[in-house]
Design a protein around this ligand. Structure first.
Ligand code: DOR
Length: 437
């Protein structure tokens, strides 16, 4: 007999409305929304005054295991997910060694089965010559191409290799779009700089738009499902809007909430690839989310230690931790009146589930998986380094006060986090993928 749980009196966030009701869980699945409150169950969770969102899915994280576990590992990272209300993550291949074969993909899945307290999936990375691995891979959301290089050695920027990957593989493709030759030329022109502001001049708007156009052209000609990661400029938006039927896209909190004026305050802590851009870009990315030109919000959680980050530019690595802050930052936007809870549920759960064809996730409905994020929209908190669950131990949002806070994370019908405490050990499972959008 499976375990039954009743979440009672929750304010349930459905795609078109918000209703106060009770949700019945049968083991790892939702058996009824609007369930009778008298149902006999093993556990009752009283969610009076709390909102129930479909579990947050972060479709772009770098969790550093294997090989770089002084920065993060699957245990610390998945705990950080649970603290931030994230029930599922999809992780990138630039670990050490890189996830560029079926065998390494299987190794990561095995590691996660022992260590992750939330659900997981892992991308396979493209190299100029691993096409047979990309063709053989399954149990993965898709293929990640670094069209421009970032942290690690993965890079495919030669046209013939890119044509082959788009022509001869069937998994969905996603890419880091910054044009390598533009970045190298800008870096040569600014050689010797120690000014972190130059990071946004080296990885400039042109680098982003050239690579995004190039990738979309490939996807269009080869009729391949394609998702643009971490869009950072207003300049990329028209081409995304033109290809809305085949191409999806993602924005990250740091490209929404930081711009070049923040370098004075935060220095290399906000050094990211793609670089942060201008206040105008912040505004236009936000508009693109509201207009559904960008469908997904993900973090690109990329932890480095403070010792590494505080090295003088350009010896400082690009990347920042965010997986446990993103939802709270977005709930704060709801409280500020800039978007709705339906938007947040769409960008952070339903859209990533549909973009990657994740089976049974993204909605609160009978038959779906019992993954939920429970939030208190009235709770005010200040994000601090001291709270950080990531092994990196810091956050670029240190000192920021937000209204709206994740207070519970339920994975497959069981609470893994409640009021900041991790309450059950490993519950995560690999997610399953059907046809993506
Ligand atoms: O700034 C970044 N850091 N961007 C990426 O795409 C990779 C990431 C990392 O892994 O450190």
């Amino acid at each position: 007999m499976s375990r039954k749980t009743l979440i009672k009196n929750a304010t349930v966030v459905l795609p078109d409305e918000t209703i106060v009701t009770s949700v019945l869980l049968d083991g790892p699945r939702i058996s009824a929304v609007d369930a009778a409150r008298t149902t006999v169950v093993d556990e009752t969770i009283d969610a009076t005054g709390l909102h129930l969102l479909p579990g947050v899915i972060d479709d772009q994280v770098h969790f550093r295991e294997p090989g770089l576990t002084h920065k993060e590992d699957l245990s610390t990272a998945s705990r950080a997910c649970a603290k931030g209300g994230v029930t599922t993550f999809l992780e990138m291949p630039n670990t050490k060694p890189e996830t560029i074969s079926v065998e390494r993909l299987a190794q990561k899945l095995e590691l996660a089965s022992r260590k992750s307290i939330v659900n997981y999936g892992f991308y396979i990375g493209a190299t100029p010559d691993n096409i047979t691995e990309l063709q053989a891979a399954s149990r993965t959301p898709g293929i990640k191409i670094f069209i421009g290089s970032s942290t690690g050695d993965l890079l495919v920027d030669e046209q013939a290799a890119l044509e082959r990957i788009f022509a001869e593989t069937t998994l969905p493709i996603t890419a880091h779009c910054e044009d390598e030759s533009t970045v190298r030329a800008n870096a040569a022109a600014l050689a010797g700089t120690e000014n972190v502001r130059d990071h946004s001049r080296i990885r400039d708007e042109r680098a982003a738009i050239v690579a995004t156009r190039r990738a979309i052209d490939l996807a269009h000609r080869h009729q391949h499902r394609f998702h643009v990661l971490h869009v950072s400029t207003a300049a990329e938006l028209p081409v995304l809007a033109d290809h809305r039927n085949r191409i999806t896209a993602e924005a990250c909190p740091h490209h929404l909430f930081f711009n070049v004026d923040d370098y004075d305050r935060l220095g290399t802590r906000i050094q990211m690839n793609p670089s942060i851009k201008t206040a105008h870009d912040n505004q236009q990315l936000w508009r693109a989310l509201l207009a559904d030109t960008i469908q997904v919000i993900a973090t690109d959680h990329a932890p480095h230690t403070l010792e590494e980050k505080d090295r003088p530019y350009p010896n400082s690595p690009s990347g920042l931790p965010a997986v446990e802050n993103s939802l709270a930052l977005l709930l704060n936007q709801v409280n500020l009146g800039n978007c709705s809870l339906q938007h947040v549920a769409h960008w952070m759960s339903d859209a990533p589930a549909r973009v990657w064809g994740i089976v049974g996730k993204g909605r609160i409905a009978a038959g779906y998986d019992a993954d939920f994020t429970v939030v208190d929209m009235k709770r005010r908190e200040t994000i601090t380094n001291a709270q950080a669950g990531s092994r990196a131990g810091w956050t670029p949002y240190d000192g920021k006060e937000v209204a709206g806070w994740p207070i519970g994370t339920i994975v497959r019908g069981r609470r893994v986090m409640w009021d900041g405490d991790i309450v059950t050990p490993a519950q995560g499972r690999p997610v399953r993928f059907s046809e993506a959008l």
